[in-house]
Design a protein around this ligand. Structure first.
Ligand code: COA
Ligand code: NAP
Length: 271
């Protein structure tokens, strides 16, 4: 059996959007490393099942059904998490929404929905969590995306929102550094088995276009994103703050910029 290289026993981790996909993988990795973990998302069934899965790992797990667009609900969840689990050592903010849509046909409400969840939701989570973070020593990790730095076809909403997430990461790193709170972001590439890629590459032909555009020629795994988060929140990364770290098989070196342009016709053909 592989040795767990990070020990988070006695630590508390809160994962906003932690009930499925990459973020659940991150929550599970912290739980396997011994942390008590709280997750938050909108859907009560997803929250229940994530808490069950985390509990099966053998750690204390809490869940909250709330929308990151609702500041008061997020704040109440974080207050309860601190009361039940203690001050937060690690905050992961990863709630997001996405779908492929051209800027000229996307409704204003569609654009707003993604910005409200990804960017304003991240602000809500960070703002509400700050008072509950264990200072000094706490670590905040935002889940960004290659869209934050690379203009991508059909992704005006996600590009704008995630660019804002990266800048929020840097500004909070600047402001919170003196309190001993590190703030970083991880920008995953295309990750297998996720809702995000089911929406952006919904057919095998599209999946092949994506993997061909990644220098490592494959999708990544949620575990590979979690491994970066485990390191980022650890003492081994104690001098790292304000960084946006791509974990993307080299996708952001070039392939990511053209992939959805190449897929535009396939999207038009998809019913
Ligand atoms: N293409 C174009 N517009 C779309 C769309 C799509 N595929 N899906 C939703 N929209 C539009 C809606 O039509 C609506 O605009 P309108 O009122 O002008 O018609 C607007 O977006 C908001 O939709 P709504 O369903 O009310 O939003 P919501 O707040 O319930 O859900 C979403 C947010 C749209 C982001 C939804 O896709 C979601 O909940 N996603 C979470 C899961 C996810 O995306 N995972 C991947 C993470 S990378
Ligand atoms: P996912 O499974 O849909 O994860 C999104 C999570 O956020 C879910 O738990 C969802 O649960 C929650 N969520 C969505 N809207 C919310 C809201 N308004 N309030 C509270 N919670 C909300 O998708 P994923 O593909 O794994 O993506 C996870 C993260 O990785 C996102 O930040 C995404 O941008 C990023 N990312 C993904 C990829 C990829 O390849 N998939 C690549 C780059 C970056 P509910 O539906 O219950 O709310």
């Amino acid at each position: 059996m592989m040795t767990q290289p990070f020990d988070y026993s006695g630590r508390t981790v809160f994962v906003a959007g932690g009930t499925s996909g990459i973020n659940l993988g991150v929550a599970q990795a912290f739980a396997r490393a011994g942390a008590s973990v709280a997750v938050l998302s909108r859907t009560p069934d997803k929250v229940r099942s994530a808490v069950d899965e985390l509990g099966e790992i053998g750690v204390t797990a809490l869940g909250f059904a709330a929308d990151v667009r609702d500041y008061d609900a997020v704040s109440a969840a974080l207050t309860t998490a601190q009361q039940e689990l203690g001050e937060l050592d690690v905050l992961v903010s990863g709630a997001a929404g996405n779908f492929p849509a051209a800027a000229q046909s996307m409704s204003a409400r569609a654009f707003a929905a993604v910005v409200d969840i990804d960017l304003k939701g991240t602000f809500n989570v960070l703002r509400a969590a700050y008072d509950h973070l264990r200072k000094p020593g706490a670590s905040v990790i935002n889940i960004s995306a290659p869209q934050s730095s690379i203009p991508m076809d059909l992704q005006a909403h996600a590009c704008a929102a995630k660019a804002g997430v990266d800048m929020l990461t840097r500004v909070c790193a600047l402001e919170w550094g003196p309190s001993g709170v590190r703030v970083n972001a991880v920008a995953p590439g295309p990750i297998e088995g996720t809702e995000g890629m089911a929406r952006l590459a919904p057919t095998p032909a599209m999946e092949h276009i994506v993997t061909d555009s990644v220098p490592l020629n494959r999708y990544g795994t949620a575990q590979e994103i979690a491994d970066c988060c485990l390191w980022l929140a650890s003492p081994q990364a104690s001098y790292v703050t304000g960084a946006v770290i791509p974990v993307d098989g080299g996708w952001s070196l070039g392939g990511a910029s053209q992939v959805f342009t190449a897929m535009r016709n396939l999207f038009n053909a998809t019913p």
